[in-house]
Every structure is written in structure tokens, then in C-alpha cells.
Design a protein around this ligand. Structure first.
Ligand code: HEM
Length: 361
């Protein structure tokens, strides 16, 4: 009998140990961005690869780390140099040194971010999914292990603060403060419209994943993030995008004409759903307004190109116009708002009329 019970006991003991052994990585023993890897139940090892440190907890600096630390000026000295010596900065700005220095600054800063990506919010260990997931959601440090006793590992509060409380404490304003730079809601909508071409969390798969897998600033929010979507949105004539004319003016087509998936509240019938590259751009008037602006701009450029290049077919006209839209318009996005503000006002008025006439809801 005893021998029959033995495996059962062992199994129970193991399970209990498993349950109650504290994951040592919850103590964050690895320093200087070393990665904690759990061994067995209560052991760990620090992976100090490319940290510039070694030792059990990645605390001993390597030779070049020592040299770097010795030579690296303190933040105060850097600040002093950057804000004084006008003559030096004049020389730098007027010569090849400016390009050289900017290149160095940008590459040094960019190298701080691991590429290809290492971790993301789903994975706290190295794996192919995180590596091959070309998103903007990479993490430099893995998330807190899930089996830690406290949300931040072993230190901090038992519960994380209520996000609503944080938002109220840090963001909520009691009094209206006009933007000192004189921007308005249209600027916020432009930023929202622009960023939603590459920030597209794939909520169904998980927070660490994106639907925007293309180049980034690719105008996917105008043309769709897949070829299928793009083809549905295109008129297939003269390079243009599909459109509808309301009161003599050009607007995005409805989903009846361009059958792409859009996120609208269930109460909005298909004949009132606008078909746009980005599926959520029907949800806010400002986003639909900018979608209309880019649709009109695309089709306007197509007309000009067709005049200039009467031999070009639909495909070449479309592709070249897309490049122009991405390059000329989006990369100049900061200048855009101020240069095109009058046009934005006109389109805003059109939308207001459509709402008032009940043609849009
Ligand atoms: C009327 C104003 C706005 C509303 C109602 C709104 C609403 C939302 C909502 C509901 C989400 C999804 C949050 C989630 O999935 O947990 C979101 C995400 C986001 N919002 Fe806004 N937002 C507004 C303005 C802005 C503005 C002005 C920007 C400017 C940059 C912006 C940028 C973003 C970005 C980048 C995301 C993440 C998108 C993603 O990863 O898929 N939003 N917003």
C-alpha cells in the first residue's frame, strides 16, 4: 500500500512546492537590463548578453563599460555644452559636422531599442512570435512574471492604482486652458488620423500585436492595410478611389459600393456607412473628414497625372499617386495643418451641412 501511495505523495509535494515556491525573478535580481531566467523552482540565472556587465547579477562592468563610464559626461555637463558655446554650434550647423553629428545622435538613440523586437506584452521570454512580430509594441524589459505575489514583483502596493483615479489626478483639468501654440481640435484630429495608420492594435489576438504590418507611414488608413481592402476601395479607372457625390461634392463611397469591413455602431445601416481605408474612421466626424480630404486629394492628383501622362494605365496612375500622397503630403504632415487649414475648414463646413440635412449621422 505504501509503495502505491508513494508516487501520489511525491506528486502532491511537488505540486505544493510548485505552488508556494516564490519565483526568484519577482525580486528582480538582475541589474543593468540583465534578463532573469528561472531555473527549477527557486533558482535563477541572469542573462547579461550585450548589457556590458557580467557576474551573477550582471553587476560587474566589462572593460569598455568602465572606459565609457569614465569618459561619459554627466547630464549637467551635456546640458551646459548644448546651451552655451554659440560659436561652436554655428560651426557645426554650417558644415558637414551637422549631418555627421545628427547621424550619430539618431543611431545611438535608435540602438537603445532592440531590433528585431524581443519581448512584448504577451511574452516574457524570447520567442519567435515576439521576434517576427514587426510592431511598435516591443518591450525592452519583459513584463512582470505573472506568478509574482505583487503586481510589481515583490515591492510596491498590493493593488495597482485605479486608472480612473490616475487619469483624474494627472489629466483632468478643471479650467479650460487655450493651447499656447494656437492649435485647435483639427490638429488633434489630424494627429489621431495620422497615427492610426500605424498604431492598430490587434485586439482579438492580443495587446502585443498589430494589424498595421506594413511600412508604417504607408497611407494604409487611406488605401486599406491589405491588398484586398485596397482593391475594394479602388475605382479601377484612372487610378482613382471610389467615391460618392453628395450635393455636388466628393465623399467616400458607402460600404454597399465598396464592401470593406467598417466599425460602426450596429444602429448605422450600410447605406450610411462610409467605406474608408481605416476601419474605425467612420466613428468620429474628424476622422471621416480627413478621410474625405485624402480621398479628394488622391483623385485630384490622379487627374493631374493623367493629363501629364496620357499613356499611363489605371495601375500606374494609382501607384504613383499613392507615392505622392505618402511622400508629399504625409511626410510634410507637420506643415500640412497650417498650410491647408482653409481647405480643412471648407470640408468641415460640408460635413456640417450633411449632418444638418440628415444625410450623415
Ligand atoms: C475624440 C477623441 C478620441 C477618442 C474618442 C479616442 C478613442 C480611442 C479609443 C477608444 C482607443 C482604443 C483604446 C483601447 O483599445 O483600449 C484609442 C486608441 C488610440 N488613440 Fe485615441 N481617441 C481620441 C483621440 C485621439 C487623439 C487626438 C490621438 C492622437 C494621437 C489618439 C491616438 C490614439 C492611438 C495612437 C491609439 C492606439 C491605437 C491602437 O493601438 O490601435 N486618439 N482611442
Amino acid at each position: 500500500m505504501l509503495s502505491l501511495h508513494q508516487p501520489l505523495c511525491l506528486c502532491l509535494v511537488n505540486r505544493l512546492r510548485n505552488r508556494y515556491a516564490m519565483n526568484p525573478c519577482c525580486y528582480y535580481p538582475c541589474q543593468n537590463r540583465g534578463i532573469c531566467v528561472r531555473y527549477g523552482l527557486d533558482r535563477y540565472e541572469c542573462d547579461c548578453t550585450r548589457t556590458g556587465f557580467y557576474g551573477e547579477n550582471c553587476t560587474i562592468p566589462e572593460f569598455w563599460t568602465r572606459v565609457y563610464r569614465l569618459l561619459k559626461p554627466s547630464p549637467n555637463i551635456v546640458h551646459y555644452i548644448l546651451t552655451h558655446f554659440d560659436w561652436l554650434w554655428d560651426i557645426i550647423n554650417r558644415t558637414f559636422l551637422r549631418d555627421w553629428l545628427m547621424h550619430k545622435v539618431l543611431t545611438v538613440r535608435a540602438n537603445l531599442i532592440p531590433s528585431p523586437p524581443t519581448y512584448n506584452s504577451k511574452y516574457d521570454y524570447l520567442n519567435w512570435e515576439a521576434y517576427s512580430n514587426i510592431t511598435y509594441y516591443t518591450r525592452i524589459l519583459p513584463p512582470v512574471p505573472q506568478d509574482c505575489p505583487l503586481p510589481m514583483g515583490t515591492k510596491g502596493k498590493i493593488k495597482l492604482p485605479d486608472p480612473k483615479l490616475l487619469a483624474e489626478k494627472f489629466l483632468l483639468r478643471q479650467n479650460f486652458r487655450p493651447d499656447p501654440q494656437g492649435t485647435n481640435l483639427m490638429f488633434a484630429f489630424f494627429a489621431q488620423h495620422f497615427t492610426h495608420q500605424f498604431f492598430k492594435t490587434h485586439n482579438h489576438i492580443g495587446l502585443g500585436f498589430t494589424k498595421g504590418l506594413a511600412h508604417g507611414v504607408d497611407a494604409g488608413h487611406v488605401y486599406g492595410d491589405t491588398l484586398d481592402r485596397q482593391l475594394d476601395l479602388r475605382l479601377h479607372k484612372d487610378g482613382k478611389l471610389k467615391y460618392q457625390v453628395v450635393n455636388g461634392e466628393m465623399y467616400p463611397p458607402t460600404v454597399l459600393d465598396a464592401p470593406v469591413k467598417m466599425s460602426y455602431p450596429p444602429s448605422v445601416p450600410p447605406e450610411q456607412q462610409l467605406a474608408i481605408g481605416q476601419e474605425v474612421f467612420g466613428l468620429l466626424p474628424g476622422l471621416s473628414m480627413y478621410a474625405t480630404l485624402w480621398l479628394r486629394e488622391h483623385n485630384r492628383v490622379c487627374d493631374i497625372l493623367k493629363q501629364e501622362h496620357p499613356t499611363w494605365g489605371d495601375e500606374q496612375l494609382f501607384q504613383t499617386t499613392r507615392l505622392i500622397i505618402i511622400g508629399t503630403d504625409f511626410l510634410k504632415s507637420c506643415g500640412f495643418y497650417f498650410a491647408w487649414e482653409p481647405l480643412v475648414d471648407i470640408i468641415y463646413d460640408c460635413y456640417k451641412n450633411l449632418y444638418q440635412n440628415g444625410q450623415l449621422q
